[in-house]
Design a protein around this ligand. Structure first.
Ligand SMILES: [Fe+2]
Length: 437
C-alpha cells in the first residue's frame, strides 16, 4: 500500500480523505461536514512571531478529549529524560559503542527505546536526549504521544511505518522523520527487526538553517521534505494511549482508535526527508569548512548561532582539496557531539566505528582521526577522491550530554576506544621537515 505526501518544509498544507471534509473559508464551522469535530493542535504559543507560529486544524471523528481517560502510571525504565545526572559510576572520557543489541523478548518501538545521553532540562524545555531504538514487533493497539518534545528518527536497520493522526510516513534507512511534540502515532514494523537512532528535542522546533552566502539553494532543499496526506481509521476496538509527560510515562485505555483525523490543514505536521537529496557544499581548493556546512536541520536555543541541536550528516562527496589534511581535523568543542553511522565507513575512523555504533565526544573533550587514519591521510596522494558508501550523522548540542546507566554498562561499549589515538607519534624534531620516518 502506497501512501502519498505533500512536498515542502513548514508549508501551510491542506489535505482531506473524503470529499468536502475539510472546511473552506473558516476553521470552525457550526457543524463540520460528516459530523466531524474541529480541533486545533498548537505547536507554538498563540502569540509566537509569524515565522515560528505553528498550528494545525484537525477534523476528526472524536475530539482528543475522548482519546484520553483516567491515566495510570506506566514504566519504561530505559527511556530517560534530562536532568539525569549521576546515573552511573563511569569516569569522564571519550566513548564509543558497537551497535546496541537487538532484543530477544517481544519489543515494540516504545519499549525498545534505550536512552544513551540526556542534556539540558526537560522541564525547562531546553536540551535533548539521544536514544537508540530496537524493536521486533509492531505497536498493535498501542499509541503514543510525547509531550516532552519532537522526535527526530534516524533508521539504521529495517523499514518502519509511522501511522500518525495526521497521516502515514513510511521510513527506511537513509531517510529521517520528525514527529512533532504531542502528535499521536503508532509504529508498525515493515521489516522483522529494526534499529535506529532518535533525537528527542525538548526545545524549539527543528528548522532549516540559514544558508548565508551559500544563497537560495543547496544543503537541504525545502521541496525534498514530505508531509503525509491525511489518513484515518474508524476502528471501534480496544486501544491504549501511552503518554510521555515531563519524563514520566502514563497510559490510558480507549475503546476506539485515536487515529481518526479525516482532514486537516496547517503548518504543524510530521515530515520525512531522504538524506540522499541533501546537496553538500564543501572545499574546492584547500582546507575544509566546519562541519556545520553539513547541517540538515537546526533547533535554535534562543542565543544566536548556538544551537540547542544541530542535526548534521556526513554524506558521500568528492574530496578535491589540494595540500590539505582531508579528514576532519583534531578538535575540542564547546558543543557536545553524539555520532552515529547509518552505513559504510566514516572518514576519520578507519576501524571500530561500525554501522549502528555510536561515539560520544562531550564538552571540551579532544577527538579526531585515529592513528591509522592520520597516517594514511598525511601521506595520501591528493587526487580527487569520491568518498562513497558512507552516511554518518551527528546530534550536536550546546549542552553537555550526560551518559545513562544503560549506556555506561551495556556490553557493547568499547573499553579501548581511547587507544585509537595511542599510536599518534611525536613528529617534532626541531627541523621544518619534522620526523616522518
Ligand atoms: Fe568535533
Amino acid at each position: 500500500m502506497g501512501f502519498s505526501y505533500m512536498p515542502g518544509f513548514g508549508n501551510d498544507f491542506e489535505t482531506e480523505t473524503l470529499p468536502g471534509s475539510l472546511p473552506q473559508g473558516r476553521n470552525s464551522p457550526q457543524r463540520p461536514a460528516y459530523g466531524l469535530y474541529a480541533e486545533q493542535l498548537s505547536g507554538s504559543p498563540f502569540t509566537a512571531p509569524r515565522g515560528t507560529n505553528e498550528r494545525s486544524w484537525l477534523y476528526r471523528i472524536r475530539p482528543s478529549v475522548r482519546h484520553t481517560g483516567r491515566f495510570k502510571a506506566a514504566n519504561y525504565p530505559l527511556w530517560k529524560s534530562a536532568p539525569n545526572v549521576g546515573d552511573h559510576e563511569l569516569a569522564l572520557g571519550q566513548y564509543r559503542w558497537n551497535p546496541v543489541p537487538m532484543p530477544k523478548e517481544p519489543t515494540d518501538f516504545i519499549a525498545g527505546m534505550r536512552s544513551i545521553t540526556t542534556a539540558g532540562d526537560v522541564l525547562g524545555q531546553t536540551g535533548m536526549a539521544a536514544h537508540v531504538y530496537v524493536a521486533n514487533r509492531s505497536m498493535a493497539d498501542g499509541h503514543f504521544f510525547n509531550a516532552d518534545g519532537e522526535l527526530l528518527v534516524v533508521p539504521q536497520v529495517g523499514a518502519l511505518r509511522f501511522v500518525t493522526e495526521m497521516g502515514v510516513i513510511e521510513l527506511r534507512p537513509g531517510e529521517i522523520a520528525v514527529l512533532p511534540r504531542g502528535l499521536v502515532f503508532k509504529v508498525e514494523l515493515v521489516d522483522e527487526t529494526v534499529r535506529g537512532y532518535v533525537c528527542e528535542n525538548y526545545g524549539a522546533k527543528l528548522t532549516l538553517p540559514d544558508r548565508g552566502p551559500i544563497g537560495a539553494n543547496c544543503l537541504a532543499n525545502p521541496r525534498d521534505f514530505k508531509t503525509p496526506c491525511a489518513w484515518f481509521e474508524d476502528k471501534e476496538t480496544p486501544c491504549r494511549l501511552i503518554v510521555k509527560w515531563c519524563g514520566q510515562f502514563h497510559v490510558t485505555e480507549l475503546d476506539h482508535s485515536p487515529l481518526d483525523v479525516v482532514a486537516w490543514h496547517g503548518n504543524y505536521s510530521p515530515y520525512k526527508y531522504d538524506l540522499a537529496t541533501f546537496s553538500p557544499v564543501g572545499a574546492i581548493l584547500f582546507d575544509h569548512p566546519d562541519p556545520s556546512i553539513f547541517t540538515v536541520l537546526t533547533a535554535p536555543s534562543g542565543e544566536e548561532g548556538t544551537a540547542n541541536i544541530d542535526f548534521v550528516i556526513f554524506p558521500p562527496r568528492w574530496l578535491v582539496a589540494e595540500n590539505t589534511f582531508r579528514p576532519p581535523w583534531y578538535h575540542r568543542n564547546i558543543m557536545s557531539e553524539f555520532m552515529g553511522l547509518i552505513h559504510g565507513q566514516y572518514d576519520a575512523k578507519e576501524e571500530g566505528f561500525v554501522p549502528g555504533g555510536i561515539s560520544l565526544h562531550n564538552l571540551m573533550l579532544a577527538h579526531g582521526p585515529d592513528a591509522s587514519g592520520f597516517e594514511r591521510a598525511s601521506r595520501a596522494e591528493l587526487k580527487p577522491v569520491k568518498l562513497d558508501n558512507t552516511m554518518a550523522f551527528m546530534f550536536e548540542t550546546r549542552f553537555p550530554q550526560m551518559l545513562t546507566r544503560y549506556a555506561a554498562e551495556v556490553e557493547t561499549r568499547q573499553e579501548n576506544y581511547i587507544d585509537c589515538w595511542a599510536d599518534l607519534k611525536k613528529r617534532f624534531n626541531g627541523t621544518p621537515e619534522g620526523d616522518w620516518s
